[in-house]
Design a protein. Structure first.
Length: 286
């Protein structure tokens, strides 16, 4: 009889407990039973780093959770970027032995200095662009930084290798992330190839013109027909790209070869505008 009473009391206690609590397999955010979700602890921080995809087509953001340290956030993200990525589908682009020497922020511009190992390398144009913008896009992902100036051993340089200017601070490039990289010089090559082949309409379609310039298009076409019927060859001998984005400026040196091997050098400042999934040449290009 005593055991029976004890069993009844236990059943009553259990029924009271289960009726007053909601089970965890049925949850709502309004429930007191909803377990707290905090994926990042107070001693961790999320950083955004940019690496090229393995096919070297565009940059890809990698979100990495790292331990907080005594470093400033901007120093921390550059340190993480230099460690490289292990994520499948991404490629390490910055040489392994590169060191960050200093990093200062003045009026929303980050001035970051690297060791010689970043500079004393032979890069292709795309490789040079991806190295620069992996650094620039990573740092400008921090809210207080809008532009980045890259130094080598604390000194400003003209280009990282030979194709991209780093003389001035650079802004975040959404184009190099959202679209596959386009070689800007390929646009000029196509434009002049069309002219030499007599495909003047194709060349004209590559121009990004104002309403006033469109009025002059027929005059330009007549000029180009007369000028390029005697040109046998063109060569782009040198160029510098100033910033890769929806608007892109270049300094270009060309040599045109005419009959009897006569040559004419030309220096042009060219602006490209990204329009409908391709670059167009802004203005009338003679």
């Amino acid at each position: 009889m005593r055991k029976k009473c004890t069993l009844i009391i236990l059943i009553l206690i259990l029924s009271m407990l289960t009726s007053s609590c909601q089970p965890y397999d049925v949850l709502s955010e309004d429930s007191n039973n909803f377990p707290p979700i905090n994926p990042i602890s107070k001693d961790k921080i999320e950083v955004i780093l940019y690496y090229p995809n393995s096919e070297m087509e565009h940059l890809v953001p990698e979100i990495r959770v790292v331990s907080r340290s005594n470093e400033r956030i901007e120093e921390m993200v550059v340190s993480e970027l230099l460690k490289g990525t292990k994520r499948k589908g991404l490629k390490n682009i910055i040489p392994e032995n590169v060191e960050m020497l200093s990093l200062d922020i003045v009026d929303d511009i980050a001035y970051v200095s690297f060791s010689d190992e970043l500079y004393n390398k032979s890069y292709g144009e795309k490789e040079e662009a991806f190295i620069i913008y992996s650094i620039v896009n990573t740092l400008t992902s921090i809210p207080d930084i809008n532009r980045v100036q890259i130094f080598i051993n604390g000194k400003a340089i003209n280009t990282l290798f030979k194709y991209y200017s780093v003389r001035e601070p650079l802004a975040f490039s959404s184009l190099i992330v959202s679209r596959d990289y386009i070689n800007p010089v390929s646009i000029l090559n196509e434009y002049y190839d069309n002219l030499l082949d007599g495909e003047y309409d194709k060349s004209m379609d590559m121009l990004y013109l104002s309403e006033i310039e469109k009025v002059k298009l027929n005059t330009l076409r007549i000029y180009l027909e007369n000028e390029f019927k005697e040109v046998e060859q063109f060569d782009i001998t040198d160029y510098i790209i100033y910033e890769y984005g929806d608007k892109l400026n270049m300094d270009v040196e060309l040599v045109f070869t005419y009959e009897k091997n006569n040559k004419k050098s030309s220096y042009k400042k060219i602006e490209l505008v990204y329009d409908k999934d391709k670059f167009k040449i802004k203005g009338l290009l003679y």
